[in-house]
Design a protein around this ligand. Structure first.
Ligand SMILES: Cc1c[n+]2nc(N)[nH]c2nc1OC(C)C
Length: 324
């Protein structure tokens, strides 16, 4: 019945659009009540016409079957850790090393800076624009397959948006829990006598490792993209900042604090400025990730055994643990 198909298609488009505006752009259009009304209507239409159900429908975010364990997933590209910088001298030394290898002056190198979110790193794989796999970082080479849990995050698109859909995209990013959601979760946990988490990072990691996706779906988790590990067709001589802008158009949230800066001095200032407002962000960060912006230079600089030559993480002193 074309009339029915038209209504189902329209509802899905409205729900996906509302989801994107709320969870990625922070500019909600539908009220929660309007969102739920449309979702219930779509669930009813799909229940009456099961042949219409497709895995990327907004009604398919929360699966029922609790897993009895997570499969091991080998990352096509290792999720490596980062070298650390602890002060301005370390940042300048990092910039000097990069400049030497690129045979240019450190003050000419364009860097990007973005907050290093203190959450759980995950990888999401999209084939022909559809989410096919989501995994934890694990030991960097092998993680746990937690696709059904990651599907419950409204900031994880079930299908990519827009017209320029890549054949293959592997997005890496951090799943975080904001302080407000963390405190509310622990408040409920104390009342129910269930597990109280020591900090938002543990709460995010623990929520992603729930065997039952319906529990993960109740947790206030957000996915923030910070890298496209694989992109086919690729963006050639683009920059990290352009790549992050593209991820936003494809449906992902990426750091609002991302800045493009030239030379190490501007990077040092960014780290000082972000450090000064660290306590007002509403979520935990443990530093700033400083990257060479040009993807061509990133490829040229490559990685040392365990971390990229083209990136380093400036770390702040550890904050006193949140008392629960
Ligand atoms: C491990 C990591 C963590 N983070 N966090 C951000 N914001 N960017 C970023 N990049 C990373 O690694 C890339 C440099 C590959």
């Amino acid at each position: 019945d074309p009339q029915l198909l038209e209504e189902v298609t329209q509802l899905r488009a409205e729900l996906d659009e509302a989801n994107y505006r709320y969870y990625v752009l922070d500019e909600p259009t539908l009220t929660d009540a309007d969102y739920d009304r449309r979702l219930q209507r779509l669930k009813q239409l799909e229940a009456e016409n099961p042949s219409l159900i497709s895995p990327d429908s907004p009604t398919q975010r929360v699966g029922a079957a609790p897993a009895d364990g997570f499969p091991s997933v080998a990352h096509a590209i290792p999720m490596l850790s980062l070298d650390n910088a602890f002060n301005a001298e370390d940042i300048i030394a990092f910039a000097q090393r990069v400049a030497e290898r690129l045979e240019c002056e450190a003050d000419e190198v364009e860097f990007t800076c973005e907050p290093k979110l203190d959450g759980a790193a995950v990888s999401l794989v999209y084939e022909q624009g559809v989410l096919v796999s989501g995994a934890t970082r694990g030991d960097g080479r092998t993680g746990e397959g937690i696709t059904s849990n990651l599907r419950t995050l409204r900031s994880v698109p079930l299908k990519l948006m827009g017209k320029q859909i890549p054949e293959l995209l592997e997005v890496r990013g951090e799943v975080i829990m904001r302080h407000k959601g963390f405190e509310a979760l622990n408040e409920r946990a104390r009342e129910e006598g269930s597990k109280v988490f020591a900090n938002p990072r543990n709460a995010a990691a623990g929520s992603l490792r729930q065997l039952n996706p319906q529990i993960t779906a109740t947790r206030p988790l957000e996915f923030h993209a910070y890298q496209a590990a694989r992109l086919e067709p690729d963006m050639g001589d683009a920059t990290h900042s352009e790549l992050m802008a593209r991820l936003i158009t494809l449906g992902f949230r990426s750091s609002a604090e991302l800045k493009v800066l030239t030379g190490p001095q501007a990077v040092v200032e960014y780290c000082e400025q972000l450090g000064a407002k660290r306590d007002q962000l509403g979520y935990d960060i443990d530093g700033v990730v400083i990257k060479v912006n040009a993807l061509r230079y990133q490829r040229e600089l490559g990685f040392v055994a365990r971390a990229p030559r083209w990136a380093t993480a400036f770390k702040y002193p550890a904050q006193e643990e949140v008392t629960t």
